[in-house]
Design a protein around this ligand. Structure first.
Ligand code: AQP
Length: 332
């Protein structure tokens, strides 16, 4: 069976983009693939974290996976730092990755900003660790939002470089799976910026833990333009905020933008936003309550992570033995 690996950073404020761009797709894929879903806590450390919050967010992301419908019996769910092989393979990959490849990564440029020289080596090497996450399990498919496409291409390049350098076909070249109407959910305050955990404004995103009133308020306050909704998808061009809200509606109802405009074309945003709030509350409400229930049961959540780490660790251990042999490391 083909294998999937994907993950979310435990950096708080899990949002609708994380759900529609990643987690919901994983739920749909779990019957057809051998699935490994990680809480990538080592990636979170590429920027400063409060240690208590980091632990709480790790449990919260786990709760989100479970509440969204990922079955821990079918899938492996674990936190990255519990399997040391991720860091080890990242080092082996760091030794074969040219700096020029990393210099092209746009996420580093965005996150490091103007203080590039003060940014940490971990932030720079983030995509190398991500390649290790995926390839440690020889995953063949990686369902992610569009923002991660460049990192995925780098993971393929690293797999290819390893295979060439050591004269092997050990690593598969993992395929990105960028799925659905909402591969890129944009900010509610600016239709040209991606919805993001780290946006300073909470009104820019719908959090997976928001209650019904908060969701409705954020959608009511979402930026739009003064025109009614267009009748056709072409009419969304140049209207980033309208396109984003229509895309979210389509994703939440598993329809297309054309279907949504078939229903709401010509309507004013006030009417459309009420309908959007209703479908968002319908989709996220039950997940938020289940997350709340699970977060109140840290013993259960930790048990899921422990079992997941054991299963992931077995695969990682066996692959690393093979990788050591290929590279020429001695295991006396
Ligand atoms: N806006 C988005 N639309 C669609 N998919 C998204 N993802 C993130 N934002 C959107 C997808 O969610 C998964 C987990 O992302 P992550 O937590 O590892 O980190 P990220 O991509 O850096 O997410 P954020 O929310 O934007 O965090 P910050 O603000 O810290 O940078 C990935 O599959 C991602 O594609």
């Amino acid at each position: 069976m083909n294998r999937i690996f994907s993950g979310v950073q435990p950096t708080g404020n899990l949002h609708l983009g994380n759900y529609l761009g990643a987690i919901r797709n994983w739920v749909d894929l779990q019957g057809d693939y051998d699935c490994i879903f990680c809480i990538v806590d080592l990636h979170a450390l590429t920027l400063p974290q409060d240690r208590e919050l980091l632990r709480a967010h790790t449990r919260e992301v786990t709760a989100a996976y479970l509440a969204a419908g990922i079955d821990p019996e079918k899938c492996i769910i674990f936190n990255q730092s519990a399997v040391p092989g991720h860091s080890e393979l990242a080092w082996l990959f760091a030794c074969i990755t040219p700096l020029g490849w990393l210099n092209r990564m746009t996420q580093f440029k965005e996150k490091a900003g103007k203080r590039r020289d003060n940014a940490g080596l971990g932030l720079y090497a983030y995509p190398v660790l991500m390649a290790a996450d995926i390839l440690l399990y020889k995953a063949t498919h990686v369902p992610v939002g569009e923002d991660q496409k460049q990192h995925l291409e780098l993971a393929r390049d690293i797999a290819g470089a390893f295979n060439r350098q050591f004269g092997t076909d050990y690593f598969p070249l993992p395929e990105p799976q960028i799925l659905g109407q909402a591969a890129r959910v944009m900010s509610l305050r600016d239709g040209t910026a991606k919805m993001s955990k780290s946006d300073a404004s909470d009104y820019s995103r719908i959090n997976m833990t928001d209650d019904a009133d908060t969701i409705a308020l954020k959608i009511r306050k979402a930026r739009t333009d003064p025109e009614p909704l267009p009748e056709t998808v072409e009419g969304l061009q140049g209207r980033a905020e309208a396109d984003n809200l229509v895309g979210i509606f389509a994703a939440l109802t598993r329809t297309s933008r054309a279907d949504v405009l078939g229903r709401f074309g010509g309507a004013m945003f006030s009417e459309f936003k009420d309908a959007l709030a209703a479908v968002a509350v319908d989709a996220l409400g039950p997940i938020a309550s289940e997350m709340q229930r699970l977060v109140a049961e840290p013993g259960y959540v930790d048990g899921v992570l422990r079992r997941g780490a054991e299963r992931a660790g077995e695969i990682a251990h066996s692959h690393l033995s093979e990788i050591h042999r290929i590279v020429g490391l001695l295991r006396p």
